[in-house]
Design a protein around this ligand. Sequence first.
Ligand code: SF4
Length: 657
Amino acid sequence: LRFRSGVHDAEDPLSVEVAQQLLTGPLAGLDGADLRQLGRALREEERSALREVPAEQRPAVRPAGELIREALAEPERLVLLGGPAARRARELGLLLRKVRDLLLGGATAEEALWALWEASDSWRERLERSALRGGAAGRNADRDLDALCALFETAARAELRAGGPRGALNFLAEVEQQDIAADTLSGRAVRADAVRLMTAHRAKGLEWRLVVVAGVQEGLWPDLRRRGSLLEADRIGRDGIAEPMPQSALLAEERRLFYVAATRAKERLVVTAVQAAAEDGDEPSRFLRELYRERPDGTRVPEVRVEDVTHRPRRALSVAALVAELRATSVDPAASPQLREAAAERLARLAALEDEDGLPLVPAANPHRWWGMAELTENEVPVRDPQRPVELSGSALESVNACSLQWFLGREVRAQEVSSGAQGFGNVVHVLADEVGAGRAPADLDVLMARLDRVWDALAFDAPWKSEQEKGEARAALERFLAWHTGQRGRQPVATEQPFDVELKAGPYAVRIRGTMDRVEREDATGAAYVVDFKTGRHTPTKAQVEEHPQLAVYQLAVREGAVDQAFDGVRPEPGGAELVQLRQPESRTVADAPKVQHQPGLAENPAGPEWIEGLLAEAADRVLRERFVPTTGDQCGHCSFRGSCSARPEGRQVVE
Ligand code: SF4
């Protein structure tokens, strides 16, 4: 289009838009900033020229787009302007003029294309560099070069039919009308054992055993629009401009074309069309009914089978769907051995297909490309140094034992999708709870909300409404926190955000547990240490799960190992228990302003005995050191980011099947 409009300005004047497309295309390679700079320079030039005109007669300076268009048509104007943008615009203008003169002098479309190509040194070099470098840019360059070759071949064919401006117009009309890439002139692209896809025009003179004429819809076939209607190339005759073709002649030509397509089949012809349910929807072409004559007894001459297909195909009609079905059949235990074998054979045939360059045509059919078929690799660098204690946090312990694969992907590979909004919510509420617990902020909701307001807009939420909704939730969470904080619990706070780092023996392993306790309190009655963990998530464990909650138990273990001695004036307290304070969850339907509190008894009172948590630590350390991260399904799958690639889940079955 750029080529046509730029060259044939007599019939199709160079518009502002086309001029800009040409300048920002590969021939000139300008970008938006270059265009703006060029436009500014041209406007400045025109403004200077207009200063000579008396003020009362002086017209306004024209828009930059119009000046650029004019400069491209008269490139000499650009000589006086400095800068690379003006230089490249001038070179392009001169080149277009040269090509136009060539065409007017009787050159063919192919010769015109060669002139354009030979004058495009920098584009040629760019393409060559990118193609040799490879990668995504290289693939794009290869694709552009392929497209150029196809363009030259089409131009060569147009040349066979007519030269000069008529040939160029034919060529342009042909390129514009192409929905399907034309056959190449070289025979090597035609494979005997492949389906050939082409227009009816191109099928002339050829024959196949089976021919499918697809999409024979009324409106498309016959297509009674005038050919080349934009340029009206069809009207250019030997003796000047001819009358447009009448509709009846167009219809007859379309009918002939359909006849050509339908008679290419030596053995079997399949014609398809869509019949929409709605009256004014798609309907089959009238030509379809002309394929046969119906006798009074309902039989057809010739014998044509008309099949109404009202259902969707069993599988999508694509290579990917075929490969998927063959793969599934080849391992389906319910299929007969013969069927499985046949599916495997077909896969092998598909995998062996190659294009002219020796590249596989259906790489997905090759088992080497299938997930789950590769041998397990060995990791030369261990996930954790076996000579050092295994480091685990309370939450990591829970995660390793629930599903070690989820732990590995989430914590070690760091592939976990984190909702930054949810994380920000939790952080803000925890910080405010810490401020109040440590006495740095009053237990006053208005004060806390004022602080929250100051930072809230910095949190990333997906949408403004989500931010508003979460802010309401944050207010409710702070309200519940204050209700809990100011309530009577028979305990006094002694530390907030208490860090701990203790090393202990768990079975044969040395384990280092580290983390931070949201709050540590002293029980009035016993003097024991009680650990509180504030939760801001939506998930609430059951009562039974809380009794064996690994994170709370690890906190208690840390207390037993001396993690909070300092907060208790150097005297080691007994771990008296721990609790989860669910700030997003109301205590009950009727008590919405107090949080749900879930208690874990002291380690000594735990029915499973204090050893169970050490057993859990030993199990987790063993999994981490042996590096067998296998999926374990359970409640944790409900909010797992890796379900789509987890072989233990239906969503991730494609990984191994
Ligand atoms: S989906 Fe379930 S089994 Fe799979 S990795 Fe996630 S938590 Fe583990």
